[in-house]
Ligand binder design. Structure first.
Ligand SMILES: NC(=O)c1ccc[n+]([C@@H]2O[C@H](COP(=O)([O-])OP(=O)(O)OC[C@H]3O[C@@H](n4cnc5c(N)ncnc54)[C@H](O)[C@@H]3O)[C@@H](O)[C@H]2O)c1
Length: 270
């Protein structure tokens, strides 16, 4: 029987969850939402918890937020991080692979190092975390993996080849893992956001705008808003709600799915 606890809102009560890239943007919104719903979360990020955000979440949640500085592309660091997660949480029920390298460019000018950065963080980094948590996920009574992909997993965008091709690979990694690990009861799904207003998204937009039309520094916000059928860009909290659903038992028959959250932008593209 599916356990549902709508009354208390504790949809992830007692769940132990690793979120990568969780010190900012979409990752941080997911961490906060999961904690609200009763989970204990280990945030693994290459950046230090600079403003003490995860520390503050720990204080306000009865120590249900933990942090480990980790580069997901380094398997030794990932194994060490998972060991720490077991030490402080006692297990792993779910993983959210959200960390990303935003590497853009064209194939004729892209050097090997930048290619490797995109592949090693986005694709191999995701696989590293899945591989290192498998033995603990197998012990969970409701194990899930959620990979943050993108609409860039399936649309073409100018000068975005490394990012888009690695996001496409995450979609296939998600489907293949769902197939291989379904036997352990592990549900593996992906989320494909469109434009979501995070600090990182804003900074990336500003630097692109400087190249295409510096006279209108925030023109990219209008451009992105007009592509959505909602007339606006998305909020990190909206992606967090979807991540919550996929990690919860309400999504018990969903696996291998790539769920688009883009305000309808991609259905309106032609
Ligand atoms: N914001 C958007 O519009 C949008 C759209 C589609 C998909 N996404 C995806 O959502 C996710 C979060 O995006 P965001 O906008 O919140 O970006 P962000 O830059 O705020 O967050 C990315 C996080 O990943 C961390 N990170 C980077 N490299 C790492 C590494 N090697 N190891 C561990 N952590 C690392 C960063 O420190 C950062 O905290 C990404 O996977 C991104 O591709 C975002």
């Amino acid at each position: 029987m599916i356990k549902q606890d709508f009354v208390t809102g504790m949809r992830l009560k007692k769940k132990k969850i690793i979120v990568t890239g969780g010190t900012s943007g979409i990752g941080l919104a997911i961490v906060s939402r999961f904690i609200q719903e009763g989970a204990t979360v280990l945030v693994a990020d290459i950046r230090e918890d600079l403003n003490g955000i995860i520390g503050n979440l720990a204080s306000s949640s009865g120590n249900r937020a933990h942090f480990r500085k980790t580069d997901v592309s380094d398997i030794a660091e990932v194994k060490e991080m998972v060991g720490y997660a077991i030490e402080v949480m006692g297990g792993v029920d779910s993983v959210v692979n959200n960390a990303a390298s935003f590497t853009f460019g064209e194939v004729d000018t892209l050097d090997y190092q930048r290619w490797m950065k995109a592949i090693s963080v986005n694709v191999i980094g995701t696989a590293n975390v899945c591989k290192s948590t498998l033995e603990y996920l197998k012990k969970s009574d409701h194990p899930t993996i959620t990979n943050i992909a993108s609409i860039s997993s399936f649309i073409a965008q100018a000068k975005s080849l490394p990012y888009n091709s690695t996001k496409g690979a995450i979609a296939q990694l998600t489907r293949c893992l769902a197939m291989d690990w379904g036997v352990y009861g592990i549900r593996v799904n992906g989320i494909c956001p469109g434009d979501i207003h995070t600090d990182g998204w804003y900074e990336r937009g500003i630097s692109r705008q400087k190249k295409i039309d510096p006279s209108d520094p925030e023109g990219f916000i209008q451009e992105a808003s007009s592509m959505s059928l909602m007339g606006r860009v998305g909020k990190p909290e909206e992606v967090a709600n979807l991540a919550l659903f996929l990690a919860s038992e309400e999504a018990s028959y969903i696996t291998g799915a790539m769920v688009v959250i883009d305000g309808g932008a991609t259905i309106a593209m032609n």
